[in-house]
Design a protein around this ligand. Sequence first.
Ligand code: GPK
Length: 817
Amino acid sequence: MTEQTAPKSPVTTEQFTNEIKEQLKYAQGITVEQATDADIYVAASLAVRRHLVDSWATTQKDMVNGGTKAVGYLSAEFLMGKQLRNALLNLGMLAEFDDAVKALGHDPQLVVDSEYEPGLGNGGLGRLAACFIDSLASLGVPAFGYGIQYKYGIFKQEFDAEGKQVERPDYWLANEEPWGHIDYNRSQKVNFGGQVVEEDGKKVWKPAWSVRAVPVDYMVPGYKSGRVNTLRLWSAKSYDEFDLLTFNKSEYLDAVKPQVEAENISKILYPEDSTPQGKRLRLEQQYFFVAASIHDAIRVFYPGQDKPDLTTFPNKITFQLNDTHPVIGIPELMRVLIDEYGYDWDTAWDITTKTFNYTCHTLLPEALEVWPARLIGELLPRHLEIINEINDHFLEELKGLTRDKERINRMRIVTEGDDPQVRMAYLATAGGSHVNGVAELHSQLLKDVTLRDFSDLFPKKFTNVTNGVTPRRFIRLANPRLSNLITEGLGTDKWLSDLDLLQGLVPLADDPEFVKKFAEVKHANKVAFANFAKDRYGFEANPDTMFNTMVKRLHEYKRQSLKILALIARYAAIKNGTINVDDVLPRTVFFGAKAAPGYYMAKLTIQLINNVARVVNNDPDVKGKLAVHFPANYNVRLAQHLIPATELDEQISQAGKEASGTGNMKFALNGALTVGTLDGANVEIREKVGADNFFLFGMTVDEVEDLYEKGYDPAKYYEADPRLKMAIDMISNGAFSDGDRNTYAPLVADWLTKDYFMTLADFTSYADIQYEIEDLYRDQDAWNRKAILNVANTGYFSSDRSIEDYLERIWHTGPLA
Ligand code: GPK
């Protein structure tokens, strides 16, 4: 008997069937006979939502009245994934849903599939925000996620006949969207432009235009906590829907112009990842959601009060700045406190610095946002004044801490010169209580390198919180077979809310019966993925080969090129007989990656991967030994299918460049082994699972630094390893471009002359470790034993643990009573 602690359904199947029928009839005006899968999806979602409403209301009430400080997670991205099954899981209604839908004559899978995935994020940063609000709710901590309801999410990726990435708009709101509740009665006014004037010795901002920020609320149900938090995404609307005066002159298009311009603000998610986007509209977006959120929090926590005592604000809510995107919130809160509520500078600064904390997600210096002061001045003139004043006060403070003038100068929030720039990471560090990195190594490098001066003078501000992922979505929903086996192995399902319990599986790694079952689960997942892939993408993947996956954004530092070069080298070796075909371990390699639309090298790499796939998959010489697939449009849904089926995961960034990674955690928790560098959270994963159960290769951070210093010459590595030379030459000779030698010339030239991320320098150790990987894989029992140890030892990487660390180290709050 296993202990079942999962939530119990509030309804029977019969009741839920009736609720779906009611929604169909009264909300949608559709009969059961007329209903399509998509209609059932909407009806079921609306019905499910009703079961959350009471807890949502009590959670809000308890939050406002209860005196427990809330968390406001300010993030330009929330990459939520599909909602329906997550809500069903948290309500304990998965089985009732399946049965009700079947009773209505529909296939539950098709109904679930008709939900359109909201893609309101780019990658790791946005998905982390989604995991965090899930964990906050599951821990019962009162919280708001605050962000933007983009009308168009991350672009839909397609590949053209040449294998190039094509971006298509993701108009997700063209579909019925039952989860978001738009609340016109709680909109906020957000101002832009104009100038600052002095009136009675006071600064007064006279804005030129305003946008109406309308909240769209999503319920965030906790698992087993009985709490339901709020994700409040702002949508931009115009105040002057329609300019009558202009319209009467029958200039129809002009009449709707202000509306179009205002609504542009929340129209589209910038598809950039780990690169800054210095665009006016982007700054407008940032200010738009942050200003609306700050005013919203004041409205929520001081209801109906004209003159609230805002010195208590930091006891009501703590704002976490998810990267630099919301950092304009710091001068905004200062402005609100001083200009709108009449506080003096010092009081306002005290409140502000106690309210904000900043999470940094990168080490690439070029990825830290910097805004031209001129642009800020045009859009937000009062904020620019405040930022300059913050800078002045800060420089004064520094003079009291150090005599090192150069250091003080390096730390300027606003740079000097004709075209001063505002460094948002510095503003965040100065204007908040804590700064954290997202993995041990990353936080250390932040202190030692990126924010060195700050950490030297303000050591107590700096801390680490290692990222995590939610086991509800990424184990329970994504991998029900493994979930059942874990529950069986542990004798309880409690691990879903206490992931450290996975440790209890350690002894089972030596139990042949359990190992066999684990192997069966993995194989069943591979078969299921092969079926899904056949159905969705039209390719055949052989489940009796090793499934080897690299999924993440396409970026040079992540080094998809290292994987593709090693793959080409392997292909070449089979073809020219360097390795005997019979000795080759059959492997199927999966890639998934979107490139920023303006990132030339990344897009060329995508083209190369697609063409390597085309050539390899059509070559009878390697048939059954090597296959490469690149399903387009990698997203949360594809992750949920592919990760459970993967046996070998690639985390091969150049050491010191990947802040954390979170895919690495999802794979380990789903029983894949990792081949990876000592980078980001790989370091901690390897520590937890044990060096024997992790395929480590490549240079360390220090070795990378030394090599940069010595002078890195990639061509030397090309000459030194014949496998690498062969691979690059094949590309140059047109093997993957129908003989054309120019197609990939820019990639090849970069590798041979620059190779900033040292792909070539790490090639040999990466190619060598493949033998070790394959030897182990040939001994399936030994492989599975290590895979089980990965699952058992990675409970630490639950986002519940991350949130507990934030609560203890940064937020100093906890669950509602
Ligand atoms: C970091 F700087 C950025 C960015 O713009 N977008 C983004 O997704 C990622 N990230 C890091 O690259 C990952 O290493 C990390 O795990 C993730 O943020 C969450 O912290």
